[in-house]
Design a protein around this ligand. Structure first.
Ligand SMILES: Nc1nc2c(c(=O)[nH]1)N[C@H]1C(S)=C(S)[C@@H](COP(=O)(O)OP(=O)(O)OC[C@H]3O[C@@H](n4cnc5c(=O)[nH]c(N)nc54)[C@H](O)[C@@H]3O)O[C@H]1N2
Ligand SMILES: Nc1nc2c(c(=O)[nH]1)N[C@H]1C(S)=C(S)[C@@H](COP(=O)(O)OP(=O)(O)OC[C@H]3O[C@@H](n4cnc5c(=O)[nH]c(N)nc54)[C@H](O)[C@@H]3O)O[C@H]1N2
Ligand code: SF4
Ligand SMILES: [Mo]
Length: 914
């Protein structure tokens, strides 16, 4: 392709515009200066998109062909087989025995087809999505308060607000470009910023106040605020009288729950001073935006947390006004699009309701779909329970990895293992869920497919193809449409192009819409010749885009006129009481584990886990804990710990962190069985859900932590497939030249079996269990040099294999964590011949530049590590992030590392002062 292609980032819900341009060695990705979400900015993940595409081109990465029971098939066979098995299941067990589990990473058009096929034509209500784990509580909160699932504000509000509250949101790492916009606005306007989060996160870098509230206590905090605002006569009574119902009851509940600052502080585990400061800041700034995300949603009281936030905004008339709104930031690139097409089990397409017979009838007529049923389907956790009990006999998983991301994953595995028909559509050929699939269908990936996504501010943008995928990869909508037609659903799936699906979706949004269904994009409902060119040229726009109702098009904000989407057009305040999280500590499980995200990893790592520069930021998953807790558990920094919950056990390396409160640990959600032996966190999460939204409580897991008594630790560098079955602790990361695998065990094993060449050669004379003979030297067999060094006294072993002069693998074993520089060894893998000094250095365990060893990568754009930054602070007088940028370039690319740079400056200054 010769021209610039404008598309949208496939990661987070900020929905940044991207330009892909041709370059000498292929293509380059840059931020789109014209896209309103980012105006040219990108974060570290967006900036590394070309790296992830390069990784995707590797031979073993993509699912290249349909596989039926492990046998490659062409598409006609795969379609016929899938259709036949689904039809057979329906014939024998009825339509409700079929379920789909889909994802906010599908494009709107894919998502629309999935809902139409399952709900409308197969006639099963059981389609749910990973948005259940993500946005479901917000959907309930919005519907309860506004009558419809609508985000009233826009990104600009964060820039023009006087006060921005980030609650349950680590915006710096999870919505980095929005965070950059906020940072810039703060520099310009002095915006006040409050972070409400049990732990000190990177987002606190720009905060005036951090409230480390007790996990799960948000309802108490916002109830306390509501009661206090009422007592201080700070409510907007005119707005309440005209536009809100339920006020008195909500106020009474808030007063009963948290009558004063002291009670609020006590329930939230905060100091009175901090609570008072928060309340005063809220009262004093009419232009307030409250940004909320998973610390709010992923809770057994998630829906109530959302409404507690909206209550204070309604009570002060701060909804849908410039710089003034509650603001749910969505996670996935198309979490919002999924909600628009009714992706959740308790929604219908175009913001209609499966429990409303008029909506069901309307949709059935529009689709000409006689099988559409009234009523909700199973929500994700219940859906997989129904798979486990055998009620669901066929499940089709698309664009999500539930074996990693759902709670209680042991149960999910068992359910899938027993399910008679598991179909998985994915772009990769290996993830934890694909292992259970009878039918694997190769989907086209980002960069290859065409369609639309909706970001957090209701902005619909195009994703446009700019590269060829594997010959047999197909867009998800096409796969479903072909199977639908093969199942005998002749009408309704005949689209020739994705533009036609979008037009149908748009037509449905305005179909018999009396103006109350705010999701109206009827402007795009056209058909005919001009459809495709217009769709292809679509510039990003905010819905609604109505042909009939006000606001007709591109409204930045909704509800600013005080008219809501309820039948009486009044918003509703909800009466709430603080209820403690479901999973609580006990003598057996005395700590609370909170799980969340890292700056440079995306979810279950299927894509970001293959990019060296994204893996360098946090190569191993860390159990972050307060030093006091670590001491109680007999753990030190860098030790390996066993984390046990009622559900299961995981292993992770300990990182001491004063940012964690005593009694609370933080663990990443990303690692899985493809990247670790036992660091997948879903196996610890209890299936406790919010009673209204069905969203699991992944932020509050009662656990115990104990020592994993490593008697040896090792690092293995290789590109070969290694059998790690007998290694209890291993974590794999992608280095510049090879995979880097950290290993540890509680009992000795035969180390040489970990190095493929050693195992294959079955070397005589090498006895390498922990602490044995001292064979040192080189053995050459079949052009493979095997270097070996054993120091029995120190229990230290080093092995390297050189194939045809090139480094093939290196293994370093010792009693503690290996401290040698992985980057340098990893870089040797690219060299055609390994010079003798490097061979010697490998065996001696000495690095040419020892200071580079184990440096922690901070800036992934310019590959600047901690050592250089600390050096610049200590010896070159760098006192601001700008100084560091000038000296080292760090922080001047995407800016995602600025919070960490500031943190390093602060801690280095403190150390220097001590
Ligand atoms: N780098 C990166 N960015 C991403 C993603 C990714 O995988 N990686 N995923 C995207 C997706 S799908 C999503 S949903 C978003 C999620 O974005 P966020 O919600 O910002 O991310 P999390 O790290 O899951 O959780 C946010 C914070 O909630 C806090 N928290 C935990 N318990 C409580 C509580 O009881 N109350 C309060 N107030 N806070 C609490 C946690 O300490 C954590 O810092 O990120 C999106 N962006
Ligand atoms: N403990 C804990 N668990 C959590 C969370 C947490 O904070 N803590 N967060 C939850 C949240 S908010 C979310 S959103 C989920 C995310 O969890 P998942 O949705 O399970 O995570 P992903 O790794 O994004 O999985 C996406 C899959 O889709 C594939 N894929 C990518 N593009 C396409 C495509 O175009 N078509 C098809 N067919 N496949 C594609 C990818 O290869 C990958 O296998 O995790 C949830 N689970
Ligand atoms: S903030 Fe980063 S991950 Fe999110 S859309 Fe923008 S570039 Fe992509
Ligand atoms: Mo999410």
């Amino acid at each position: 392709m010769h021209n610039d292609i404008k598309t949208t980032c496939p990661y987070c819900g900020v929905g940044c515009g991207i330009i892909v341009s041709p370059s000498r060695d292929g293509q380059v990705v840059g931020g789109d200066p014209d896209h309103p979400a980012n105006r040219g900015r990108l974060c570290s993940k967006g900036a590394a998109l070309i790296d992830s595409i390069t990784a995707e081109s590797r031979d073993d990465f993509r699912l290249e062909t349909p596989l039926i029971d492990g046998t490659p098939a062409d598409w006609p066979t795969a379609i016929a087989q899938t259709a036949h098995r689904l039809a057979d299941t329906i014939a024998r067990h009825g339509p409700r025995s079929v379920a789909f589990y889909v994802s906010g990473q599908l494009l709107t058009e894919d998502y629309y087809v999935a809902n139409k096929l399952l709900k409308g034509f197969i006639g099963s209500p059981h389609i749910d999505t990973n948005s259940r784990l993500c946005m479901a509580s917000t959907v309930v909160g919005h519907k309860r308060a506004f009558g419809s699932d609508i985000v009233p504000g826009c990104y600009e509000d964060l820039e023009i607000a006087d006060l921005v509250i980030l609650t349950g949101s680590n915006l710096a790492w999870c919505h980095p470009v929005l965070f950059q916009r906020l940072r810039a606005a703060r520099q310009k306007n002095g915006t006040k910023i409050i972070v409400i989060d049990p732990r000190k996160t990177a987002s606190c870098d720009i905060a005036d106040l951090h409230l480390p509230l007790a996990p799960g206590s948000d309802v108490a905090l916002f109830n306390g605020l509501l009661a206090w605002l009422a007592d201080q006569a700070k409510l907007d009574h005119t707005f309440l009288t005209r536009h809100v119902s339920g006020t008195e009851d909500a106020l009474a509940s808030a007063h009963a729950d948290c009558p004063d600052i002291a009670t609020t502080a006590q329930k939230c585990g905060l100091s009175r001073g901090d609570v008072e400061q928060f309340f005063n800041l809220f009262a004093d700034h009419a232009r307030t935006v409250t940004v909320f995300s998973q610390g709010v949603n992923q809770s057994s009281s998630g829906s109530d947390k959302v409404n507690a936030i909206i209550n204070v905004h309604l009570a002060t008339g701060r909804v849908g006004l410039p710089g003034s709104s509650p603001f749910s930031v969505t996670g996935q690139p198309n979490a919002m699009g999924g909600r628009e097409v009714g992706g959740l089990a308790n929604q219908l397409a175009a913001h209609m309701d499966p429990n409303n017979p008029f909506d069901v009838d309307r949709l059935a007529r529009f689709w000409n779909a006689p099988n559409l049923q009234q009523g909700e389907g199973y929500k994700a956790v219940d859906l997989f329970d129904a798979v486990a009990t055998g009620e669901i006999k066929a499940i089709w998983v698309m664009a999500t990895n539930p074996v990693v991301s759902l709670p209680d994953t042991s149960k999910v595995r068992a359910a899938l293992a027993n399910c008679p028909l598991v179909i998985v559509s994915d772009v990769v050929n290996n993830n934890d869920t694909l292992k259970y699939a009878h039918i694997k269908l190769p989907a086209s990936a980002w960069g290859e497919k065409s369609g639309t996504v909706t970001n957090s501010e209701r902005r619909i943008s195009r994703q446009r193809p700019f590269r060829q995928g594997p010959a047999l990869a197909r867009p998800d909508w096409w796969i479903m449409a072909e199977i639908a037609k093969k199942m005998g659903f002749d009408h309704g799936f005949e689209w020739q192009d994705v533009a036609e699906i979008f037009a149908e979706h748009a037509a449905l949004s305005e179909f018999e819409n009396d103006g109350l269904r705010a999701f109206d994009i009827g402007e795009w409902a056209q058909t005919g010749k001009s459809l495709k060119p217009r769709y292809d040229a679509m510039a990003p726009f905010q819905w609604p885009a109505s042909r009939h109702y006000q606001p007709k098009t591109g409204a930045k904000r909704l509800f600013g006129d005080g008219l809501f989407a309820t039948s009486n057009r009044r918003a509703r305040m909800v009466s709430l009481r603080y209820i403690a999280p479901r999973s609580n500590t006990s003598p057996d499980y005395p700590l609370i584990a909170n799980s969340g995200r890292y700056r440079d990893q995306w979810h279950t790592m299927t894509r970001t886990g293959t990019v060296a520069r994204l893996c360098a930021h946090r190569p191993e998953p860390l159990l972050e804990m307060h030093p006091d807790d670590a001491r109680n558990c007999d753990l030190g920094d860098g030790d390996i710990a066993r984390i046990t919950s009622h559900q299961g056990t995981a292993l992770m390396r300990v990182s001491l962190s004063p940012s964690q409160a005593v009694g609370q640990i933080f663990v990443p959600m990303h690692w899985n069985d493809s990247f670790s032996s036992a660091s997948s966190i879903g196996q610890l999460v209890a299936p406790h859900v919010d009673p209204l939204s069905g969203q699991p409580e992944s932020k509050h897991i009662a656990v115990s932590v104990s020592r994993f008594n490593a008697c040896w630790q090792a690092v293995l560098l290789t590109n070969d497939v290694v059998d790690l079955q007998d290694v209890p602790y291993w974590v794999r990361t992608t280095g510049q030249g090879c995979n880097i695998i950290e290993l540890a065990g509680e009992t000795p094993i035969a180390f040489s079996t970990l190095l493929p060449d050693f195992a294959r050669q079955n070397q005589p004379g090498i006895d390498d269990t922990n602490g044995i003979n001292g064979t040192n030297g080189t053995n050459a067999i079949n052009d493979i040099d095997l270097l070996e060094y054993n120091d029995i006294r120190r229990a230290t072993h080093r092995y390297a294999s050189i194939r045809h002069g090139k480094l093939g693998g290196a293994l370093f074993v010792g009693p503690t964590r290996q401290t040698l520089g992985r980057d340098w060894i990893s870089s040797l893998f690219g060299q055609n011949t390994l010079p003798t000094p490097d061979r010697m250095a490998l065996l001696a365990g000495h690095l040419p530049d020892a200071s580079a060893a184990n440096d922690k990568l901070i800036c992934s754009c310019f590959s600047v590590g901690l050592a250089k930054i600390t050096n610049a602070i200590c010896t070159q007088n760098a006192v601001t992030t700008d100084d560091i940028g000038r000296l080292l370039e760090a922080g001047t690319g995407c800016g995602s590392c600025l919070p960490e740079l500031q943190d390093i400056i602060d801690t280095t200054a403190v150390k220097a002062a001590e």
